[in-house]
Design a protein around this ligand. Sequence first.
Ligand code: FES
Length: 576
Amino acid sequence: MVKKKNGWRSVQWFGREDIYGFIYRSWVKNRGVPQDQFDGRPVIGICNTWSELTPCNTHFRVLADHVRHGILEAGGFPLEFPVMSLGETLLRPTAMLYRNLASMDVEESIRGNPLDGVVLLAGCDKTTPATLMGAASVDLPTLLVSGGPMLSGKYRGGDIGSGTNVWSMSEDLRAGKIGLEEFHEAESCMHRSHGHCMVMGTASTMAAMVEALGVGLPGNAAYPAVDARRNVLARMAGRRIVDMVKEKLSLSRILTKAAFENAIRANAAIGGSTNAVIHLIALARRIGVELGLDDWDRCGEGVHTLLNLMPSGKYLMEDFCYAGGLPAVLRELGENNLLHRDALTVNGKTIWENNQDAPCWNRDVIHSFKAPLKENTGIKVLRGNLSPSGAIIKPSAATPKLLRHKGRAVVFESIEDFHKRIDDPQLDIDESCVMVLKNCGPKGYPGMAEVGNMPLPPKLLKKGISDMVRVSDARMSGTAYGTVVLHVSPEAAAGGVLALVQNGDQIELDVPQRKLELLVSDAILAQRRTQWVEPKAPLERGYWKLYFDHVLQAHEGADLDFLVGKSGAFVPRDNH
Ligand code: FES
């Protein structure tokens, strides 16, 4: 018998005793679902970003089965569904172009279907923000299970990290220090198990953000993808989401301003990816929390990098797991008054209840707050005439002596211009110059590609130069490093001052003063602006056109303007 009065939204589909009830139930029964599954129990969606085009998420069918077991054990009714997946390594021109599209898929798939709660399965970089953003705009009880990092890369007796060593090895190849055979061998040794990148890149960062925000269970960030505890976590998530539905513990009760501030501080403590800045701002704006760049600077101030993980340090995610994982970091933050201890999490406990007794088993991997890896390394927000709406830098990945620097601009008008000229021995550049890359922002690329950490010219690499100041409207892979100023806003393609920089201009970077200045007079800039031509949409139809016409700037999270906010879970009409 259907219990109609329990208040779950799925009863509006499966609890009906009319033609609609027949339609809603009968087709679901076609795979062997018995009548008693429609008795009013919570219906839980398992939102799966599995795809062979997303190598980091290829174990998600197994993970989904563990979630399914948990849901069944708790008396829920699981319904798994696919959504658009975003693979960082294959998708062109950049997975970020499609983050908002995938979020629309997630949002409408959840809202339009008879679901009372959702477990999101995400791993590769953009799959986490995309699923969370979509779910936030519906605001059902929601829990995210991350896919977990790969095992450590092992190459010729040492560790190699996803991405991070790709950058260093490709520089070595370009500088003639290694050959192609060694390069190919390293490819096979770097990614040797299921899971996402195993440095503190964007995927690991976002999995940590999930745990710090309280939308994932304790331990979510670090268990390797192939560790049995990852499957246990998925199963426990399946059990827990059923109770979350009964407790009406919706996403907006978890994703509060306090939760975001906890996540920002956790990001500083783990040496997390700059991409988290954009994703968390976009997510906050979906759920109705005011969060901006200044919150990142304010909350990150005084937070030290505790994690000795690539790209800021030397270890990998597997080491992080064995050392205690994110709970050990959150405990350090809490003990140093850098955590809103009463922020609620998906398991119904506060973040402090979850983490106050967390052990640390290796202080070389997870440093204490009193003896950090690097001091005061929260993401810094830079303003000035070159970035009136803000730009960011990750000091933990930068060269300290370059954080105050004035140099001559060497300008690349596009990524193609950069590739054409960077290897030219005649390029007029030395290590004191500031490399400037334009037209790689949200509209310009389009999709704000991870190209801000421009490789250095070979002639300087051969001299042993390993870092220079770089400025762009692009993003940077979370696996990358260097003194790289990113997310300059407004971007060049939106008419930002970045568009007006010319070769030979002086640029001043002063991170302690939070300054990024183009030392060119307003009068000259006004003159240059008369010559600037606004770019056209790269495609005149389809999603690219929609994206180009509606994408917001980096400091606003690069969401589409009409997606900001939420519409809730209500659907007014039946479908026949
Ligand atoms: Fe998927 Fe790095 S490529 S997480």
